[in-house]
Design a protein around this ligand. Structure first.
Ligand SMILES: [Zn+2]
Length: 89
């Protein structure tokens, strides 16, 4: 796979348990990320399915998972399961 085109449309979807596991793994792998997420976003309402997006970071093959809602904007606060960067979606 070789694409560096930013993809803003959802790539896939996942169940709440898959989402929670991916976010927990990302937080565990990136020091300080849990605090950043807590400071910059609010908790999610329980929902059945969540969108998953491709990480826009060049050369990162990770996926973005919903971690909360952004405090600063009306957007989903998502984080990459691979590089740990956060993006608004
Ligand atoms: Zn990434």
């Amino acid at each position: 796979m070789s694409s560096n085109i930013a993809q803003n449309y959802p790539y896939s979807s996942e169940s709440e348990s898959e989402r929670a596991a991916s976010v927990a793994r990302a937080l565990a792998n990136h020091e300080g990320l849990a605090d950043k997420v807590k400071n910059e976003s609010t908790g999610l309402e329980p929902e059945g399915r969540w969108w998953v997006w491709k990480c826009p970071t060049p050369a990162c093959a990770g996926l973005l998972h919903a971690a909360g809602f952004a405090r600063s904007a009306h957007a989903v606060y998502s984080l990459c399961d691979t590089c740990g960067k956060t993006y608004l979606r």
